[in-house]
Ligand binder design. Structure first.
Ligand SMILES: O=c1[nH]cnc2c1ncn2[C@@H]1O[C@H](CO)[C@@H](O)[C@H]1O
Ligand SMILES: [Zn+2]
Length: 361
C-alpha cells in the first residue's frame, strides 16, 4: 500500500494532548507584539524568525531548548496579547484538522506587566473562545481544554493548582508541571498534587524526557499523575529482547502499560532536545508495538516548526504506519483527555471514527 499522503493526514480528525501555548506562536505575531513593546528579536522577518526558533531549539539539551521561550513569553504579558495568541492557537490547530486539543501554559510567567494570575487565565480562555468560534464559522469545529502549568524550578505550584481548580468550570481541565527536569523532581510539588487529588482534579506531569526512570516513578507512584508528559524514557525499563525474542518489561514499565497510563509522546521535540536520536529511532515504534497507551503530540509547534499533521507524516514515513495506527493514536489521545467521559466518547463516535472511515474508503 502506498504511504498515506500528507494532505490526507491534514484532513484526518486529530486529537492533541500536549501543546504549549507559548511554544506555538505565529512568527509574524511575535514580530508585531515585540515591536509594540520594544522587545529585541533575533530577526524581524517572519520566515527567518521561524527558522531561528527551530535552529536554536535544536540544541541537544532541554535547558537550551527552553531558552528560546524567553522571546515568546516576553510578548505575552498583556491581556490583549494573551487573548490574540490564544485565538490564533485555536485557529491554527483547527486549520490543521485538530478536533480536540489540550493546550497548556504557565500563568506565573505572564505577570511582568501587572496582570494577576486570574486575569492571565481569563485572557487566555477568552482568546480560545474567540478562536473556537471563528474556526466553527469557517467550518473547522474544534474543542479546546486548557491546562495550567507550574514551573518546576519555582515554588508556586500550590497557588497554580488552586488557580486551576478555581477555573475548572470555565475551561481549565487539568494541571501540569514543566521546565528543566534534572534537579527538579516531581515530589518537590507533592503538596500541589495531593491537593488536586483531594479536589478530584486531573493532572499530567512532564517526566522522563531529560531525566529517566526515577522521575517517571515519582510522577506516578508519589504524585499520582494521570498521564506522563513525554514519559519516553520508560524505554530504559524495557530490556531489548529475551531469548524468546520478546522485550522484557521491568516493574515500572509493566505498571505503566498495565494501568494504561497515557504517554504524551512528542517525536520532533525529543530529537531537538536529544531525548531521541532521530524519528526513525524514536522509542514510539517500540512502545506502540508493545501496546503502551501511546499518543502523538506537537509539544511546541514554533520551536519544532511542526504541526499534528507533520508529526503524523513523519511517523508514517519512519514506521510505515497506515490509517489503523493513526486512528489508534487519535483514539488513544481522546480516551486519555481530561474532559468528561461522555464528551470524549461523543468525539470518538461522532467525529473520529466516521472521519477515518471516509479516509480509508
Ligand atoms: O518539552 C518541554 N519540557 C519541559 N518544559 C517545557 C517543554 N516545552 C515547554 N516547556 C516549558 O513550559 C513552559 C510553559 O508552557 C514554557 O515556557 C517552557 O518553559
Ligand atoms: Zn512539553
Amino acid at each position: 500500500m502506498a504511504a498515506i499522503a500528507y494532505e490526507d493526514i491534514a484532513r484526518a480528525p486529530k486529537a492533541l494532548l500536549h501543546d504549549h501555548l507559548d511554544g506555538g506562536l505565529r512568527p509574524q505575531t511575535i514580530i508585531e507584539l515585540a515591536d509594540g513593546i520594544g522587545h529585541p528579536l533575533p530577526s524581524t522577518d517572519a520566515g527567518e524568525l521561524g527558522r531561528w526558533f527551530v535552529a536554536a531549539a535544536a540544541s541537544g539539551s532541554l535547558e537550551r531548548y527552553l531558552e528560546t521561550f524567553d522571546h515568546t513569553v516576553a510578548v505575552m504579558q498583556t491581556a490583549e496579547a494573551l487573548r490574540r495568541v490564544a485565538a490564533e492557537c485555536a485557529l491554527d490547530l483547527a486549520a490543521d484538522g485538530v478536533v480536540y486539543a489540550e493546550v497548556r501554559f504557565a500563568p506565573e510567567q505572564h505577570l511582568e506587566r501587572g496582570l494577576s494570575l486570574d486575569e492571565v487565565v481569563e485572557a487566555v480562555l477568552a482568546g480560545f473562545a474567540d478562536g473556537v468560534a471563528e474556526a466553527a464559522r469557517a467550518g473547522r469545529p474544534i474543542r479546546i481544554g486548557t491546562l495550567l502549568t507550574a514551573m518546576r524550578h519555582a515554588a508556586r505550584s500550590q497557588e497554580i493548582a488552586e488557580l486551576a481548580v478555581r477555573h475548572r468550570d470555565t475551561g481549565v481541565v487539568g494541571f501540569d508541571i514543566a521546565g528543566a527536569e534534572a534537579g527538579f523532581p516531581p515530589t518537590r510539588h507533592l503538596d500541589a498534587f495531593e491537593y488536586l487529588q483531594r479536589e478530584n482534579f486531573h493532572f499530567t506531569i512532564h517526566a522522563g524526557e531529560a531525566f529517566g526512570l526515577p522521575s517517571i516513578w515519582q510522577a506516578i507512584q508519589w504524585c499520582g499523575a494521570d498521564r506522563l508528559g513525554h514519559g519516553v524514557r520508560i524505554v530504559d525499563d524495557i530490556a531489548a529482547a529475551e531469548p524468546d525474542g520478546r522485550p522484557a518489561l521491568g516493574r515500572l514499565a509493566a505498571y505503566v502499560r498495565d494501568k494504561r497510563i497515557p504517554l504524551e509522546l512528542c517525536p520532533s521535540s525529543n530529537v531537538q532536545t536529544g531525548a531521541a536520536t532521530s524519528i526513525a529511532e524514536h522509542p514510539i515504534g517500540l512502545l506502540r508495538d508493545l501496546r503502551f497507551r501511546v499518543t502523538v503530540n506537537t509539544d511546541n509547534r514554533l520551536m519544532s516548526g511542526t504541526s499534528m499533521t507533520r508529526e503524523m507524516a513523519l511517523l508514517v514515513e519512519a514506521f510505515d504506519y497506515g490509517w489503523t495506527e493513526l486512528q489508534w493514536f487519535t483514539i488513544n489521545a481522546m480516551k486519555s483527555a481530561f474532559i468528561p467521559f461522555d464528551e470524549r466518547l461523543a468525539i470518538i463516535d461522532d467525529i473520529i471514527k466516521p472521519g477515518y472511515a471516509v479516509l480509508r474508503s
